[in-house]
Each structure stands twice: as C-alpha cells, then as structure tokens.
Design a protein around this ligand. Structure first.
Ligand SMILES: Cc1ncc(COP(=O)(O)O)c(C=O)c1O
Length: 325
C-alpha cells in the first residue's frame, strides 16, 4: 500500500497507456468567431503524433489474432509518424522493428524511431525533393519494405490496407471528441494520408450526429478526392495528400473537400504557435487553415463548432545540423 492512498492509481503501466485521451483545446485567440475551432492535441501522444493510435490498434489486433507472435519482428512502410508510433509500441511489447522511409521525409522522424530502438532504412527519392514526398517516392519505399518482409518473414503492418487503422479512430478519436465537446460538434475536418483518421473518426461522429458535416483537407493541386487531375504533386503536407484515393477512404463519410496551399498551411502553423502557444506541423496548420476557410466561406453555418486535429509537433520539421541527417 502506498503511503498516500490512491497514489498507485495514477501510475501508468507503460507508454502504451499514454496513447490517446489527448486534450482538446479551443483556438479562441486565433479565431474569435462567429463559430469556434476546437483542436485535438495529437502531438501529445508519446510518438508525438496521431499515428500512435493506429500503431497500438494494429499491433494489438495482430497479436490477438495470432498473426504476430510474441517477440516476432515487425516491418512497416512509413512517412515517419506511423514509424514513431510503432516504435513506441514495439519497444514496450518487445518486437524488433524495421521501418522503410523516404529520404524526403523529415530526418527528425528517423532520429526519433532510432532512439526507440527501431531500424530505419532511408530510401532515395525518385521524384520529389527533401520535404516534398510524392506517390512515386512512397511506391519506392514500399518496394524496399516488401523485399525486407519477403526476406525476413517479418509481420507487415500495411497501414494503407489495414482495417484496424481506421478502427483505431472509430474506437478512440471519435468517442473522445464526442465526449469532450459535450456532444456539440457540427463539423469535422482532417487531412488524409492512409485515411484511417478521417474514415474512422467521421464514421463515428456521423453515427452520433447524422447532421454533422465532414470535410477532407487536400493540398492545392493534389486533390484526387475532389476528383481533380494532379497538377502539383510536390507539397509540404508530409504524411498526407499522396495523389491517390487511399483504399481506406470512404466517400460515404465525406461532405466536401477544402483545398489548402503550402503558404496557407505555413501561415496557420505560425499563427497556432504565436496565438495559441502550440508548436505544430504542416498538416495541423492545413487543418486549421481549412477550418477558418470553411467558416468564412458560408458553406457551413457561421456559428458552427468545428473540430480538427493538431496531428504532430513542429519539432519534427525544425532543421537539424547536417551531421545528424
Ligand atoms: C503529420 C501527419 N498528418 C496527417 C496524417 C494522415 O493520417 P492518416 O494516415 O490517418 O490519414 C499523417 C499520416 O502519417 C501524418 O503523418
């Protein structure tokens, strides 16, 4: 028994219990109304991004089904954040982890994964430039990842086709938003990478509130969900906007799209820092830029409460000294 009654109840059993249940914050200084923008602080997950949620769900599901045996190695293809999330989960559960990632994704993510004991194989870009990763780059990374799976017999997480990815958000992100807002949410907005976040969260919220409107944020010029031809495959919204409609995406859960330029994402990333004291990454900037755009467009009632996500920390993108890259 602890000297202070109940003190033991505050102890988390492991980093896995730090995943999810993130706070939701009103961006009332950045956007003063009418309407309100509420943002979930996903950068507060132990892997510093929203992708911890799907990492935990996908690994748990594979262990429960017997597909992944204790101590068995794991491989995944990642833009970095899924890798950081899996590195948290695999470190705690004792699975050796290998990640393949484009050299165009931020070097900080590779440092983070490696610090958690994972191996990161950095694949040269075939099309994009550092900070701008295209579909062709992702396909090159996937090729290397699949070769490692074939050679080692490791468990392949396969986030783009793993239903447990979207289920993570149906089971956690959606219910948290519903509870935290006291059931007051009119609009949901999210960027789309694998679509796990958008599909799972939007499905849950629409089941709870059939009048809720859900919008996808796409990088300007790379808007396949809107149905436009790709005119600008290079953009700053790393982890999203790959120029194709992902398999986990379901049009049933979407009411429209919002197009965001790199300049708009950067402007709002800065404003979130300067007005709200939160240092976040590019897709977070894009989500908030889209929320403001939507409120100002008249496409949603002007007093709407819009919920969106601060997907990861800005620290993942700050330039690092050359010797670390
Ligand atoms: C920074 C960032 N934002 C958004 C997303 C998109 O999330 P999802 O894959 O659930 O669509 C990702 C995915 O890796 C990401 O890294």
């Amino acid at each position: 028994m602890s000297p202070i009654d109940g003190a033991q109840n505050e102890i988390k059993a492991s980093a896995l219990e730090l995943i999810g249940n993130t706070p939701i914050v009103a961006l009332d200084r950045l956007y003063t109304g009418p309407g309100r923008i509420l943002a979930k602080c996903e950068f507060m997950n132990p892997g510093a991004s929203i992708k911890c949620r799907s990492s935990l769900h996908m690994i748990k599901r594979a262990r429960q089904s017997g597909e992944l045996k204790p101590g068995h190695p794991v491989v995944e293809v990642t833009s970095g954040n899924q890798g950081c999330g899996l590195a948290v989960v695999c470190a705690v559960l004792g699975h050796p982890l290998t990640l393949t990632m484009s050299k165009g994704n931020s070097a900080q993510r590779a440092l983070h994964m490696e610090a958690l004991g994972a191996k990161c194989v950095k694949v040269p870009q075939v099309e994009g430039t550092y900070g701008n990763v295209t579909l062709a780059d992702v396909q090159a990374v996937e090729k290397v990842g699949l070769k490692i799976v074939e050679e080692t017999g490791a468990y392949y997480v396969n986030q783009f086709n793993n239903e447990a990815n979207a289920q993570a958000h149906y089971d956690t992100t959606g219910p948290e938003i519903w509870r935290q807002t006291g059931h007051h949410v009119d609009v949901f907005i999210a960027t789309v990478g694998t679509a796990g976040t958008f599909t799972g969260t939007s499905r849950y919220l629409k089941e709870k509130n059939p009048k809720l409107l859900s919008y996808v944020v796409e990088p300007a010029g790379s808007e396949p969900i809107k149905g436009e031809p790709i005119t600008k495959p290079l953009h700053l919204l790393q982890g999203s906007g790959y120029g194709c409609v992902p398999n986990l995406f379901k049009f049933d859960y979407m009411d429209g799209t919002v197009s965001i330029t790199d300049e708009e994402a950067v402007k709002y990333m800065k404003l979130i820092g300067e007005k709200e004291g939160l240092y976040v990454g590019y897709t977070s900037g894009a989500n908030v830029a889209a929320a403001v755009k939507l409120l100002e467009s008249g496409k949603v009632p002007k007093d709407s409460w819009i919920v969106t996500l601060l997907n990861d920390t800005g620290l993942k993108y700050t330039p690092v000294p050359n010797e670390l890259t």
